[in-house]
Design a binder for this molecule. Structure first.
Ligand code: KG4
Ligand code: ZN
Length: 359
């Protein structure tokens, strides 16, 4: 049995911002002791997207079992937990409330500190779990179902959002284009498979115009590519559509923009490390292109393991640990907030407000 020194900090984290009910225990921000997840994906699939009310109800039904499993899997007792962390923003409000209420109750009952975590800070921290040597500063590209942001991670708790999507998130574009091609929600993984199979079969990609916005813009826009795919399908409605050629063309258009903008921002900020995060970071073509281009342009590229790309509570525990050791403890007024920018936390911190009420 592991003997914990007084220096070890076991963080139990809860994540319920969307459709995963998750609880994990991570030691010292880096070592995953357990990572329990109940995914509701199969429940929402038939609706073509996450239904907020159904998500909340399922979180409520499962949260206690998932927390018990995380503690059991870690081989710990409740008394061995030092900190309770929870995703408090952004996300579906009813879903977040379930996690926040559970975390507050546990923190109060066990007399442990409570730490509210920003979901995006969690996605970035997922990389600390898979890359023991990784430390800030670096540039992170967060690409998920709800977010697309380039973030200058100056320190563990100092994030500056440099660029973000002006419309759809990258994952949303994958899901919407996938549905145009007859795939089911969430379509990212199946789109990835279609594109890989196109490469294997030597299929020529359909060319779709890239959206870079004005010269030097750090921002993204993905609604245009979705429309271009839709127009292409309509214009070729008499031919049997070549799904592989479309999927590969879509991947190339999206990947070119993601790689160019991220690397331009890293150069501008003089960062040598580029860190990917979020569900879309599981995409094999995006991963390969970042590695390849990173090598060519002299960047160290860090990719989270596939299990660490999509939502989980271990990433929240890691981010919660770094917030806790810098004094970022929340009080019992911690609120679930559906949409808080990552940067707002930094502004609050710089004004020396220890208790950021919305985080
Ligand atoms: O990070 P995540 O689990 O949830 C959010 O915080 O949004 O990301 C989910 C998104 C979905 O849009 C899903 O289609 C996409 O990640 N995704 C992928 C892949 N695996 C999941 N997109 C592209 N390629 C993949 N292999
Ligand atoms: Zn997420």
């Amino acid at each position: 049995m592991t003997v914990y020194t007084h220096r070890d900090v076991n963080v139990l984290a809860i994540e319920t911002s969307c459709d995963e009910t998750a609880c994990s225990i991570v030691r010292n921000g880096r070592e995953v002791l357990s990572n329990a997840i109940f995914t509701q994906m199969h429940i929402h699939r038939e609706y073509g997207g996450v239904v907020p009310e159904i998500a909340s109800r399922n979180h409520l039904e499962k949260i206690n079992d998932v927390v018990d499993k995380a503690i059991l899997d870690a081989g710990l007792h409740k008394e061995d937990i030092d900190v309770i962390a929870v995703t408090s923003t952004p996300g579906l409000i009813g879903a977040l409330v379930v996690g926040v209420a559970t975390a507050k109750t546990m923190a109060y009952a066990l007399s442990k500190p409570l730490v509210g975590v920003h979901h995006i800070a969690g996605h970035i921290a997922a990389n600390y779990l898979d890359h023991g040597e990784l430390e800030p500063p670096f540039i992170s590209l967060v690409i998920s179902g709800g977010h697309t942001s380039v973030i200058d991670v100056k320190d563990y708790n100092e994030h500056e959002v440099i660029g973000q999507t002006l419309d759809d998130a990258a994952g949303e574009a994958f899901d919407k284009v996938g549905i145009l091609l007859g795939l089911t929600y969430p379509a990212g993984k199946d789109m990835d498979e279609l594109a890989r199979s196109a490469i294997k079969n030597n299929v020529s990609p359909v060319y779709f115009k890239r959206t870079y916005l004005e010269k030097g813009s750090p921002h993204f826009s993905f609604s245009g590519i979705k429309t271009r795919v839709m127009n292409y399908i309509r214009a070729n409605k008499d031919d049997p559509i070549d799904k592989e050629a479309i999927a590969l063309g879509f991947h190339e258009a999206v990947t070119d923009v993601l790689v160019k903008k991220t690397m331009d921002m890293a150069k501008r900020r003089n960062r040598k490390k580029i860190v990917l995060a979020g569900g879309v970071a599981a995409n094999s073509l995006i991963r390969n292109k970042f590695k390849e281009e990173g090598e060519a342009q002299g960047f160290e590229v860090y990719l989270p393991g596939l299990g660490m790309c999509t939502d989980n509570a271990a990433m929240i525990a890691s981010a919660g640990y770094y917030k806790y050791i810098s004094g970022g403890i929340s009080d019992y007024y911690l609120d679930a907030v559906s949409n808080t920018g990552l940067q707002r936390r930094i502004l609050l911190k710089s004004r020396k407000q220890r208790f950021a009420p919305s985080l």
